[in-house]
Design a protein around this ligand. Structure first.
Ligand code: NYM
Length: 210
């Protein structure tokens, strides 16, 4: 039987250069002839995603728990498609995943355990690359945008929760990269981490936090 595709999650703080790194990784995989599909969470195009988008742009108000569950539901509505692609041998790259869900909602004051529960049993990434940047460096890059959560104090808390999450995974499954460096250097590290996965995996897909 042929290998399944690898499931790669890219997480990062706002202003970490995540979008650029994801695009660079996608282009590199494509240039190597590796079938790849990119997902971005939140996926703002679905009915659930439209509600999330409106909330993030402060055009609607929602209870903290309700929006948390919508972010999670947005992943669950695409989980089947992700599993299908992986089974077909396609490498799946996710720009943000369940870890962002837990980090941002916990940073708002909800309990870590409560935030994690709707994410349990989602397809587990084979490796998560966390693009870490200090709020000071983010400020040098022009500061944050206008969406909800894009405030320095919030970003500090989010960073702390990401660090807490990282302690739950071994080094092979969670890699923290210093994203405050030149983008070429970060891209080289991203590729070094992803390259071993490009021939796919024989091992079954795991479930998150099971
Ligand atoms: N975000 C993202 C959450 O609060 N929970 C989630 O589950 C996910 C996936 O949405 N500030 C937050 C983090 C970001 C915002 O993400 C939108 P992006 O990558 O800026 O589009």
């Amino acid at each position: 039987m042929s290998n399944r595709g690898a499931f790669i999650a890219i997480e990062g703080l706002d202003r970490s250069g995540k979008t650029t790194q994801v695009a660079t990784l996608q282009a590199r995989l494509e240039s190597e002839g590796i079938p790849v599909k990119l997902f971005k969470f939140p996926d703002r195009t679905t009915a659930i995603g439209i509600m999330i988008d409106s909330y993030l742009r402060s055009q609607s108000e929602l209870d903290d728990r309700a929006i948390h569950l919508l972010f999670s539901a947005n992943r669950w509505e695409l989980a089947g498609a992700i599993e299908q692609l992986l089974a077909e041998g396609t490498t799946v790259v996710c720009d943000r995943y369940a870890f962002s869900g837990v980090a941002f909602s916990t940073a708002k004051g909800l309990s870590f355990e409560w935030c994690r529960s709707p994410e349990v049993s989602l397809p587990a990434p084979d490796v998560t690359l966390f693009l870490d940047i200090s709020p000071e460096k983010a400020r040098e890059r022009g500061g944050y945008g206008d969406e909800r959560y894009e405030k320095e104090e919030m970003q500090r808390k989010v960073r702390d929760v990401f660090r807490q999450i990282s302690t739950e995974f071994d080094e092979a499954r969670w890699v923290t990269l210093d994203a405050g460096r030149r983008r070429e250097d970060v891209a080289a590290d991203v590729w070094n981490c992803v390259q071993p996965f490009t021939s796919g995996l024989a091992s079954p897909l795991q479930r998150l936090w099971n």
